[in-house]
Design a protein around this ligand. Structure first.
Ligand SMILES: Cc1cc2nc3c(=O)[nH]c(=O)nc-3n(C[C@H](O)[C@H](O)[C@H](O)COP(=O)(O)OP(=O)(O)OC[C@H]3O[C@@H](n4cnc5c(N)ncnc54)[C@H](O)[C@@H]3O)c2cc1C
Length: 394
């Protein structure tokens, strides 16, 4: 049978996925469901080494479809954040312009507009818990690789080495694997975010905590935006300030982003004229991370390699548009299907088919993300009104 021929081909192979983000872990799960020998090498020291950031919403025909294919829908339903998909939009004076909290909570996994939110750390746990024991090798930051025979020898920062027949780069946008696949570099979108984490918002910025109300809050005025999201249990907040800045602004700004006082002083000045309630958010913040928003060129492609490829941000970084995690998961599904398909006689053709589909999907989403980023980070009066109308229609 063709299946057994191809399955045998993969069964002899050891697959190394570099990076245990949503893309890499989903791929590991899907391949293990087909009996493939796979390990995930993750830089984090352990599962709880760092807060994974705010929540993400999964979409009907992408993230949720993959969750279903991975046999994890029950687990997802037990862990997602009910009601957190609601949006509240306020203006710079703190007035509410648009509010979904007045509407009831529609929970309908059969409705293509239902986009349930899940805490990133919780999603990671759902995926990790679905894997065979010791699939994820923690504290394994890949630093380099060498081609040996038909495979790869991987070297990690902790001094260990391993060999694999096929390597999948799922290690995000600063991917160490990507240069082995292509030399196409990222470009700067023009937008920069400053991300802030608040550990005790209920105590340290109670008014903002109430406004967020365990869902999405977005504040916009001409040229600047602030978006706030709760953690899975609602106890913490993550916020992003967004605007357009020149390239290398982070380095050239003279701001020490490790100094909360310096960043606070900058933000208070930058948001001068906004309701002081926003400053309580900045004051309560325990750590700031500046994030230049980069992307890989939309028309990118490369010659497929025989035993290495990329998924998720490592393959097609794009500005945030609510699609990144969803797309990484679709990559995982498509690649797992190609690698275990009866249709291909060799791994390279399977990878080539996956990559062609991946580029096609990424161009469409990347275009939308590029069109949306300026409106989001540096809205005009017209785009603020557009957002208000959009939210009112949801
Ligand atoms: C500010 C912001 C907000 C966003 N909001 C959303 C949103 O609301 N919804 C959405 O869908 N997407 C959102 N995104 C995009 C989303 O975060 C990414 O698209 C998504 O996380 C990509 O998943 P991934 O698995 O490809 O990579 P990542 O999530 O980046 O995971 C990569 C993993 O690889 C590990 N790693 C990195 N280097 C190495 C190495 N050398 N060796 C071993 N391991 C390594 C990392 O520790 C990490 O665990 C947002 C992005 C940003 C910047």
């Amino acid at each position: 049978m063709e299946t057994s021929k191809n399955k045998k081909l993969l069964q002899d192979k050891k697959i190394a996925i570099i990076g245990g983000g949503p893309g890499g872990l989903t791929l590991a799960r899907l391949l293990q469901l087909k009996g493939v020998n796979v390990k995930v090498y993750e830089r984090d020291i352990n599962k709880d080494a760092r807060v994974q950031g705010a929540n993400v919403d999964l979409h009907f025909d992408s993230g949720l479809k993959v969750i279903e294919a991975a046999g994890l829908m029950e687990s997802f339903k037990a862990n997602y954040m009910k009601g957190a998909d609601k949006f509240r939009m306020i203006d710079k004076d703190g007035n509410i312009c648009s509010d979904e909290h007045n509407q009831g909570t529609d929970i309908d996994f059969g409705n293509e507009n239902f986009r349930p939110e899940i805490d990133r750390g919780v999603l990671r746990s759902v995926l990790i818990d679905s894997l065979l024991p010791d699939t994820v090798i923690w504290n394994s930051q890949l630093v380099s690789m060498d081609q040996v025979n038909d495979g790869w020898e991987l070297t990690f920062k902790n001094g260990t080495r391993t060999v694999a027949d096929i390597v999948i780069g799922a290690d995000g946008y600063r991917s160490k694997i990507r240069p082995y696949v292509t030399d196409i570099k990222e470009l700067y979108s023009g937008a920069t975010f400053i991300q802030g984490e608040i550990e005790y918002p209920e105590k340290d910025c109670p008014e903002m905590y109430e406004l967020v109300n365990k869902a999405n809050l977005i504040a916009m005025s001409v040229g600047k935006t602030i978006a706030v999201q709760p953690s899975g249990d609602g106890s913490r907040l993550t916020f992003y300030t967004a605007s357009m800045y020149p390239e290398n602004w982070i380095k050239n700004s003279g701001i020490d982003f490790n100094s909360n006082e310096e960043v606070y002083a900058y933000l208070v000045k930058f948001y001068e004229g906004w309701n002081p309630i926003f400053f309580t958010l900045f004051k309560a913040c325990t750590s700031f991370v500046p994030r230049p928003i980069n992307y890989f060129p939309l028309d990118q492609n490369w010659n497929t390699k025989p035993n290495i490829t990329l998924i998720g941000d490592a393959a097609h970084l794009m500005p945030p548009s609510g699609e990144g995690v969803n797309t990484a998961m679709v990559d995982a599904l498509d690649l797992s299907e190609c690698l275990t398909s009866e249709a291909f006689n060799d791994i390279q053709t399977a990878i080539e088919t996956y990559e062609k589909g991946m580029w096609t999907r990424a161009v469409v989403l990347g275009k939308e993300a590029m069109e949306g980023i300026k409106d989001f980070a540096s809205p005009t009066e017209e785009s603020v009104n557009k957002f208000v109308q959009q939210f009112n229609q949801i």
